[in-house]
Design a protein around this ligand. Structure first.
Ligand code: UDP
Length: 407
């Protein structure tokens, strides 16, 4: 059965649900389309899978389209993604050409007739150039924009300035050299999705059996795409340090997104580095996309690790906090918005592997401390990072753009 906004009443309370319906009534039958470049893998797809059906549930005519691109296109946009987070890039004519061509091709067969258009991330950003814009266009950028490569940023700015507004995930990602209005939407999770809902013990056990995951030792878990910014090799190093003091197991779970061609290379590196541990099942690598499994793993983990070097927001942290898990995470990007060090988890400098290991060891040895942090973490998520809040953000934005500004 489809989830409806009223189903969230026990989680967020009646006032929140009433305010959603009030706002929605002002926007009845208005339409909006979201465009990104993958149906699964990564936080954007995850949020859209919940947001779009729920907007429809409250009477907004919301659509979701996927930009189609060749493997070469996604190679290029992955480089863009990395360069937006600060990497060097050789921004050749050919790269620019394929980037624009793919967007132009898509525009020829994708008709847009909505009251508002929301474009997610850099892949479909130039689409705006190929339409006769009749409605407000908003660019929703999910990556850490605090230090973008200047050459790429200059190139992308030509498209961004055609938008009415830009949405970013944190105050520190706002760009002062951008004459476009910028607002912040913190990312969210859906507490009723298969990934986050409460699970019966029998489901947990059957998944552990199916994926051959023993539960005889404490489990450290990082759920993340195999991506250099998520630093899986760094997690292995931390795990080695923890193991010197406590026998435990590490699970790295990362499905491969279609718009992320680097994943398999990094996965191979992890395999060669962890070969011995993989052979005796102390390190378990998982590459399947299975939301229920992610839910199970987050619930059975002893400590959840998020050792990112950069992190737009870090929904995996949100998901773990919602499950009342102690989290040890890097003090980067959006993670400190979610974790207050020592209150709702632990924050560590990403290169400080020794402290990472120390915190994890302390938590394994002291489960009561973990439970306390976890309980407080869940309340922060309830207050600030659930899907109902994102629905309100979008409705407010639509209301401002379509009603108040006379749209
Ligand atoms: N995810 C998943 N399976 C995996 C790896 C990640 O379902 O094997 C999900 C994860 O649970 C989270 C999202 O993908 O919902 C990752 O979002 P996050 O903001 O942490 O990172 P991103 O991938 O967007 O950089």
């Amino acid at each position: 059965m489809r989830t409806s906004v009223v189903d969230y009443v026990d989680i967020v309370g009646e006032e929140v649900i009433v305010s959603i319906y009030r706002l929605a009534a002002r926007l009845y039958n208005r339409s909006m389309v979201h465009i990104n470049s993958t149906y699964y893998g990564g936080g954007v797809a995850e949020m859209l899978s919940s947001l779009v059906p729920l907007l429809n549930d409250i009477g907004i005519d919301a659509g979701w389209r996927i930009l189609k691109g060749s493997p070469d296109f996604f190679e290029i946009t992955k480089k863009f993604h990395n360069a937006l987070q600060g990497d060097e890039i050789n921004l050749s004519k050919n790269k620019k050409k394929l980037y624009l061509q793919t967007n132009e091709d898509f525009s020829t067969y994708t008709h847009i007739d909505h009251d508002m258009v929301v474009i997610h991330d850099p892949q479909p950003l130039p689409l705006v150039k190929f339409y006769h814009k009749r409605e407000p266009w908003v660019w929703r950028c999910h990556v850490d924009l605090s230090n973008p490569n200047p050459i790429l940023w200059d190139f992308l700015k030509r498209f961004i300035i055609r938008y009415e507004e830009v949405i970013v995930s944190s105050e520190q990602y706002k760009k002062h050299d951008l004459p476009v209005e910028q607002r912040i939407f913190f990312p969210v999770i859906d507490p009723l999705s298969p990934k986050n809902r409460e699970l019966d013990e029998s489901i947990i056990e059957s998944h552990l059996r199916k994926f051959k995951i023993p539960s005889d030792k404490p489990i450290l878990l990082q759920i993340s795409r195999f991506d250099k910014w998520k630093d899986p090799l760094g997690v292995l190093d931390v795990y080695e340090r923890v193991r010197q003091e406590i026998d435990c197991r590490l699970i790295l779970c990362g499905s491969m997104a279609t718009d992320d061609p680097e994943g398999w290379q990094i996965y191979q590196k992890v395999i060669s580095r962890a070969k011995n541990h993989i052979d005796n099942k102390d390190v378990i690598l998982i590459t399947v996309e299975n939301h229920m499994l992610v839910n199970v793993l987050q619930r059975v983990a002893t400590v959840v690790v998020q050792k990112s070097l950069k992190e737009g927001f870090g929904l995996t942290v949100t998901e773990a906090l919602w499950k009342e898990k102690p989290v040890v995470a890097s003090r980067v990007g959006g993670i400190p918005l979610q974790i207050t060090d020592g209150q709702t988890g632990f924050l560590v400098e990403p290169t400080d592997h020794e402290t990472f290991a120390r915190r994890i060891i302390d938590l394994i040895k002291n489960p009561d401390m973990g439970r306390e942090l976890g309980k407080r973490g869940k309340e922060v998520v309830r207050e600030r990072f659930l899907i109902t809040r994102l629905i309100i953000d979008y409705l407010n934005m639509m209301d401002e753009m379509l009603n108040s500004r006379g749209g």
